[in-house]
Design a protein around this ligand. Sequence first.
Ligand code: AMP
Ligand code: MG
Length: 413
Amino acid sequence: MAHCCGGNEHDSLAKSVADARDAILAASLPVRGTENVHLGQALGRVLATDLHAPANVPAWSNSAMDGYALRSMDGDAVRRVIGRSFAGHPFKGHVGADECVRIMTGAVVPEGADAVLVQEEAEVHADQKIIPQTVSKAGANIRQPGEDLQAGALALEAGTWLRPAQIGLLANLGIAELAVYRRLRVAFISTGDELRPLGGALAPGQIYDSNRYALHGMLERLDCEILDLGRIADDPESIEAALHSAADMADVVITTGGVSVGDADYIAALLGRLGTINFWKINMKPGRPLAFGQLGNATFFGLPGNPVSAMVTFYQFARPSILKRMGKAAPWIPPLLQLPLAEDLRKKPGRTDFQRGRLLQTPAGLQVAGIGQQASHIMSGMAHADCLIILAAEAEHAKAGSLVDVQMLEGLV
Ligand code: AMP
Ligand code: MG
């Protein structure tokens, strides 16, 4: 794929990160198929329909505190305790004048009562009487029916990515089954004659196929159906056969390696035969070469081989595209924080820099620092980073104390 990556730092033909991402997102269409799953299996899936609350949540008015349910109109009069309302065991009677019911958090507020006096404000007497130390206002410490969601209200919209809080909300509504988009099938392939599987010894010049494991991890976090198609040698027939079958079985095909300077032109020609692939020079560091396009019915990403570049380009380009294709509604791009730099960072103007960084808690507040070596093969830096520091293409050295854009890796993984 030699077309993609010659040139110098200031190559005017290079594509900006934003332009590349816009083009990628425009070409990434959501899957259509849906399936019904049990809520217990729905984590990480994308909701295919709007879901409304079938009933009020909470369904009954209930106590927010442990205490005594009583009538506010009786002021601070001594109350007789006539029964108990515990969670799951409501009091069946009616609370009348100068009466109260011992009540626990979450228990139904009995008929007649319109306030809960917290137990710390009640002086308790042995003869089943309490003396309120304060006057309760109507509604005090009571959770009203429908306060969380009214019956019929929109609970979650189609396109919601179901994380633990959304699963909890749906369980709260009693929704056991729901329609989600089908899982996106993502195939990935490592290319390179030098790659060896884990476990064996390395001959001179050989390396372990580490991208395979990092990619698997990033895809697993997105709850895709992952098709690990292994490693292929740098040979046109193998590559053609592997890409052909990958495009048949997957919605997205990702390769690593083989898109940088020095790779034979035949790869570009070959991909051109199989689909419509763009070979881009992205104006970024790391991750300058990127191939993107359509391979049969699949979306194709040719990520660079260097491990840090592969991860950074996956997060900037493949992840947003995959989220959109999964049916997730926007946003597909993680938000940027602006944080002060704890130290000077070196940078040459020309390309958008994605430096690996880590957050620092300082007496002056949260700051961010680089993790040292920033070369695209330094995986230990990536492994010690908790964020990417994004420095604009035209920017030069960034000074300690200046505000920089920070993308959290924690939110991505
Ligand atoms: P390439 O893009 O194929 O020229 O590869 C760029 C660099 O990344 C080379 O040093 C490769 O050895 C390395 N590389 C390529 N694929 C992998 C992989 N799967 N795991 C680790 N390193 C890789
Ligand atoms: Mg290679």
